[in-house]
Design a binder for this molecule. Structure first.
Ligand SMILES: Nc1ncnc2c1ncn2[C@@H]1O[C@H](COP(=O)(O)OP(=O)(O)OP(=O)(O)O)[C@@H](O)[C@H]1O
Ligand code: SF4
Ligand SMILES: [Mg+2]
Length: 352
């Protein structure tokens, strides 16, 4: 079985809603947006693990939890550091299988080493790159923060290598440019270089091509895959586009209102979807793939996604599900394995 680099167990993130003065005075309990509401998944070494789902289902929040830009409200996140890092971590922070609990209190030094190994790339490279910094300083900053390179020459060499790797060549042509002097694709390449310069083992990419011109999307996706060569690099790829997920991903987790409703290999989820929501998502893909990979045809669901502050009881998909039964309105379906490696949370697939 492939080795697991990251494991989430019952992971939750609730955002408190602001209360009105009336709600405070009448002692109404605080309400929460349940952006991520108890998800379990494993990310395997070297895979592209995809999170798909409609807007607001909790993909970005999950990505931010993994990279610890957000503190979870509950649950566990276990991470297996590289052997090099493990040698520097006191055994009391490491479990018998070599995992560090990222949700526990860790000493600053260890925390920093682990943060270096888990990076994120955002959707909008313009927003994520400081417009006042040159490409050289953008790439130098993480090296300084993480004490990489003993001299300016060494750092320059690392920066040049990182630029070559993302095909911004010759590097001399790019180092003195500011983000506004780059095309969208080139800016995203700089964002990749900035993440990769730290030699991460796990990279979360949040809709990394959705703001780019269609003509250059494939190049950036190919670059992502090329960067895995010779490295033990795993990706979490966040997208709302199933066609892209199918092209790129090893496994796909389908999210709906903060929960994973289906999880399996790309082939299982795309060619043999079992959850009514996944089937609807696939049916909603406008153009079938030329190789006819999207075989399932069913009427897309109607209605809007309910608010994450008012999650329906039972199966949270029931108000939109054409197969909803009594139990669906009362009890939440468990995520069960329906064939090896293929999990579905739906009462149509569980004993009740
Ligand atoms: N900082 C925050 N404060 C309050 N609510 C938030 C915050 N961040 C996200 N949310 C809410 O959490 C839910 C999940 O948001 P998230 O950004 O994770 O969704 P998403 O799947 O990435 O959507 P999209 O496809 O539009 O990017 C949404 O209801 C969103 O409004
Ligand atoms: S559990 Fe019920 S409501 Fe939910 S997806 Fe399955 S059939 Fe539909
Ligand atoms: Mg998002």
């Amino acid at each position: 079985m492939s080795e697991v680099v990251f494991r989430a167990k019952g992971l939750k993130k609730y955002f408190p809603l602001r209360r009105s003065m009336k709600e405070i005075l009448t002692l109404k309990p605080r309400r929460y947006v349940k952006a991520v509401d108890g998800v379990d998944f494993d990310i395997k070494v070297g895979e592209v693990f995809c999170l798909v789902g409609e807007s607001g289902c909790g993909k970005t929040t999950t990505g931010r939890l993994i990279t610890r830009l957000l503190e979870p409200t509950g649950g566990l996140m276990l991470y297996k550091p590289t052997r090099e890092t493990l040698e520097k971590v006191s055994p009391k922070y490491v479990d018998k299988d070599g995992y560090v609990n990222l949700t526990s209190k860790l000493p600053k030094r260890i925390d920093k080493m682990l943060r270096q190994e888990i990076q994120i790339i955002f959707q909008d490279p313009f927003g994520s790159l400081d417009p006042r910094m040159t490409v050289y300083s953008i790439l130098k900053e993480p090296l300084i923060v993480h004490n990489i390179g003993d001299s300016e020459e060494e750092r320059r060499e690392i920066i040049y290598r990182a630029l070559s790797e993302v095909k911004l060549t010759p590097p001399e042509q790019f180092i003195n440019r500011y983000p506004h002097m780059l095309s969208g694709g080139q800016r995203q390449r700089v964002a990749f270089a900035r993440a990769m310069i730290l030699r991460p083992t796990l990279v979360v990419t949040d809709e990394p091509v959705s703001m780019l011109d269609v003509s250059i999307r494939a190049e950036i996706l190919q670059l992502m895959l090329d960067m895995q060569a010779g490295r033990n690099l795993s990706y979490v790829f966040i997208t709302h586009d199933l066609a892209v997920a199918n092209y790129l991903c090893t496994r796909i987790a389908v999210m709906y209102l903060g929960k994973i409703v289906e999880l399996g290999t790309a082939d299982q989820v795309i060619n043999n979807p079992q959850h009514p929501y996944t089937k609807a998502l696939i049916a909603a893909v406008p153009e079938p793939d030329p190789k006819n990979r999207f075989k399932v045809r069913e009427l897309p669901i109607t209605g809007e996604v309910p608010s994450a502050a008012e999650i329906p009881p039972g199966c949270r998909f029931h108000p939109r599900c054409p197969y909803a039964m009594d139990i669906c309105r009362r009890e939440e379906p468990p995520l069960l394995e329906v064939e090896p490696g293929h999990y579905v949370a739906c009462w149509l697939h569980a004993k009740h």
